[in-house]
Design a protein around this ligand. Structure first.
Ligand SMILES: [Cu+2]
Length: 71
């Protein structure tokens, strides 16, 4: 991996309301290419995605696939 290619992206997903929402979002994001970890926080509604060469559109599409919208 090239230096500088690894990073963190944070999305706000206000529609998450319970643990199942969190799991659904994390599961979909984990399946995206380059994603090393995806962690959603129910209280802050923030989803933190870590990985390499993350593609913003792909991550947003995964969140949409889970049934939610990233702000
Ligand atoms: Cu829920």
């Amino acid at each position: 991996m090239l230096p500088g290619m690894s990073g963190t992206t944070v999305f706000r997903v206000p529609g998450m309301s319970c643990g199942h929402c969190v799991e659904a979002v994390e599961d979909e994001l984990s399946a995206v290419a380059g994603v090393e970890s995806a962690s959603a926080d129910l209280e802050t509604k923030l989803v933190t995605v870590r990985g390499s060469a993350l593609d913003d559109a792909s991550l947003r599409a995964a969140i949409a696939e889970a049934g939610y919208e990233a702000e």
